[in-house]
Design a protein around this ligand. Structure first.
Ligand SMILES: CC(C)(COP(=O)(O)OP(=O)(O)OC[C@H]1O[C@@H](n2cnc3c(N)ncnc32)[C@H](O)[C@@H]1OP(=O)(O)O)[C@@H](O)C(=O)NCCC(=O)NCCS
Length: 426
């Protein structure tokens, strides 16, 4: 044993030596620490605040330093120089593609953008006011019925085909859900356009023969997609891995990821930021609002993060994308309030001492609103690019010999062995 931890069990006086590998001990090694007649020692960690669930080579985060890297490449460089499909390839394969590899990958994804007509009818079956995220989740889940061979998860070629299909079809499903909610006809993919430009066309095209989005908006969407592509073991990646560990098909595993992302604690914060900014209404009201936050009446939405105790590197990049988008759409009047709020909070002792900095959601809602997305679409815009991250996490799980079905322990706090009482006697 090179590095180890010596533990003394004060119940028995016995000492144990546990191996330390990569800064962790194995929870299973604690089982040997036992008092006669009782089960071995376990850990209790609701919310997994200090438990590593896997080894992963996909995304690196240093929250103290504000660093985010995909496969070792800093997010700033990828956002500046790459495209979403190139980043998806990187996340899935571990290396940046060569020119030929990227051309083939782009062709494959483009070729798979159409969905079966029955899937279109399936989306049409939803009520007019159905939430697009729920439609997306159901749509992805339904895809598994169109590709029953997807259950062959031990076949690498088959896995690759499903991965390509899902990344290709996600914008189509997201756009169909959006159009459905708007009561507009669905727009089929245009395979002559880039991934992001095609998505914008499926969302916004009306009667014009060809929809040409402003290239600055296409570029801003590419950047937003890159920033949201993966974020290591967050709640939705964990959901994909937990469900995927049962060896279910990847469509069902990703549907579980979408369900996790649907929750307001995960994907919904940018919508909350917009509501907050609207409520503040004017920069004159900021001091009063900040006092309320400091008094614990409410939170400054879009600030703070479980992992980042520094400026979220994605927030810096999004701020720049804001400028590019507003150049085309005109400035969102809420921007002034957001900027002033940020300035005051970054100087205020309350926020500084708690290491509360803007996170990715602080500015993303402003951009989405400027692009004329209703708030219900915000999480869909998150789910589409996150699909590459979920699938990279899923592939890693499937090929990791150390992984098992996810099945945590519990501390049982209920009754034991009671006698059943017939209903008339209760
Ligand atoms: C993201 C978040 C849930 C992280 O929470 P966490 O890591 O569990 O941190 P805690 O809730 O323990 O907060 C630590 C301290 O900072 C304060 N704090 C955290 N976020 C705050 C915020 N946005 N506004 C005001 N105070 C905040 C807490 O009140 C607490 O203060 P205390 O020590 O005086 O009690 C939290 O920062 C938050 O609610 N942010 C707003 C919502 C948001 O933007 N979410 C998107 C995340 S990407």
């Amino acid at each position: 044993m090179t590095e180890s931890l010596t533990v003394r069990d004060n119940r028995t006086g016995q000492e144990y030596e546990l191996e330390i590998t990569d800064g962790t001990i194995r929870a299973a090694d604690l089982k040997q620490i036992a008092v006669e007649g009782q089960p071995g020692l376990a850990t209790y960690d609701p919310g997994f605040v200090n438990t590593s669930s896997c080894r992963s080579a996909i995304t690196y985060i240093d929250g103290e330093a504000g660093i985010l890297e995909y496969r070792g490449y800093p997010i700033e460089q990828l956002a500046e120089s790459s495209t979403y499909l190139e980043v998806a390839y990187l996340l899935l394969n571990g290396e940046l593609p060569t020119t030929d590899q990227l051309a083939e990958w782009t062709h494959e994804v483009t070729y798979h953008t159409f969905v079966h007509e029955n899937l279109k009818q399936f989306i049409q079956g939803f009520r007019y006011d159905a939430h697009p995220m729920a439609m997306l989740m159901a749509g992805v889940s339904a895809l598994s019925t169109f590709y029953p061979e997807a259950v062959q998860i031990d076949d690498a070629e088959n896995r690759q085909l499903q991965i390509t299909r899902m990344i290709a079809k996600m914008p189509t499903l997201g756009a169909f859900a959006f159009r459905h909610q708007q009561g507009k006809p669905y727009v089929y993919p245009d395979n002559g356009l880039s991934y992001a430009a095609n998505f914008l066309a499926m969302l916004f095209k009306m009667s014009e023969p060809e929809y040409k989005a402003d290239p600055r908006l296409v570029q801003a969407l590419e950047v937003l997609f890159i920033l949201h592509a993966d974020h290591e073991q967050n709640a939705s990646a964990n959901a994909v891995r937990a469900v995927g560990s049962t060896e279910v098909d990847p469509y069902s595993a990703v549907a579980a990821g979408i369900a996790a992302l649907y929750g307001p604690l995960h994907g919904g914060a940018n919508e909350a930021v917009l509501r907050m900014l609207r409520r503040i209404g004017s920069t004159d009201n900021i001091p009063g609002f900040i006092e309320g936050v400091k008094a614990g009446k409410e939170r400054l939405m879009g600030f703070g993060h479980r992992v980042y105790k520094n400026y979220d590197p994605r927030a810096t990049i999004i701020k720049k994308a804001c400028d590019d988008v507003f150049e085309v759409t005109g400035v969102n009047p809420l921007l002034k309030i957001a900027q002033e709020l940020e300035k005051i909070a970054l100087e205020d002792e309350y926020f500084v001492s708690r290491k509360l900095y803007p996170n990715v959601d602080f500015y993303s809602g402003l951009i989405y609103e400027a692009l004329e997305f209703p708030p219900e679409m915000f999480t869909v815009l998150f789910a589409i690019p996150r699909t590459s991250g979920w699938l990279a996490q899923w592939s890693e799980l499937i090929t990791d010999p150390e992984q098992k079905i996810a099945r945590p322990k519990q501390i049982y706090t209920g009754h034991r062995t009671r006698q059943f009482v017939p209903i008339g006697q209760r």
